[in-house]
Design a binder for this molecule. Sequence first.
Ligand code: CUA
Length: 313
Amino acid sequence: MNWFNEFNLPEAKSTYASDVDALFFFLNATSFIILIGTTITVIYFIIRYKRKSDDDVTPLITHNTQLEIAWAVIPLILVLIVFGWGFKGHLTMRNVPETAYEVKVTGFKWAWRFSYANGAVSPNELHVPAGRPIKLVMSSTDVIHSFFVPDYRMKQDVVPGRYTTAWFEAPEPGESIVFCTEYCGTSHSNMMAKVIVHEQADFDLWLASNKAPTNIQNPIEYGEKMVTDNACLTCHSLDGSALVGPSFVGLFGRDGEMADGTIVTADENYIRESILNPQAKIVKGYAPVMPTYQGAFADEQIDAIIEYLKTVK
Ligand code: CUA
């Protein structure tokens, strides 16, 4: 069974992944046996009951009680096995162990942000300790996303306006890929993140070195943190390349042509408007897909972003 699943599926890296794989194997194996059985029966019937002459008449058969009971009861038993097995796995996945370490997950177009109890924030990288249950408390700021880690056999929708939860435990340190599996717009296919599983001691170090700055005085540094924490760089590059939106390089002070032909200078007011009301002015050649941050960013945060953008040359 293991060889089959290893051939078919990504490596099983969570405590419940092998249960999921075992049930999946059972479904595949029984389906395959039934397929072979029916195929052989059909071929046998074709040969055995081929009409050989004109007076070769088919006898009238109304029913066969034993056969009918058999083909009702055997599938019933199979379905009950699959139900019981699947329900047991479902309960395991839904009941979060009480010792679980909690991480807040925010999905938004088009990135993931992970927040920890000490104020640490890591965009697109979920850092967790090995050998400990991890509870994810997830929400979305815009549309429905779905948090899927194939290595863990774990998938959960992330919905705006409410919290959904999921949990996993990865016994070994390593890395796994996170996909968004709910179509959420232009950059859905780029909405990926990584789970990085550390030994407990390494995780503690990582967490301590990433705790929230207690007293940020430098607005440029704060602006840079805003830009990385909110994954602005998913759509706006720092190397001059055009992604979903215009590059940040040399943006501040530049004259740009908008979709309606007007020329607009990227000053403080323009950047502020682009953050709060992104559809007001669309740069020529780009789609109007940026979400608004109205209500999400305070004025001094927008100020800091502007100060930081001035330094991106
Ligand atoms: Cu988020 Cu697809």
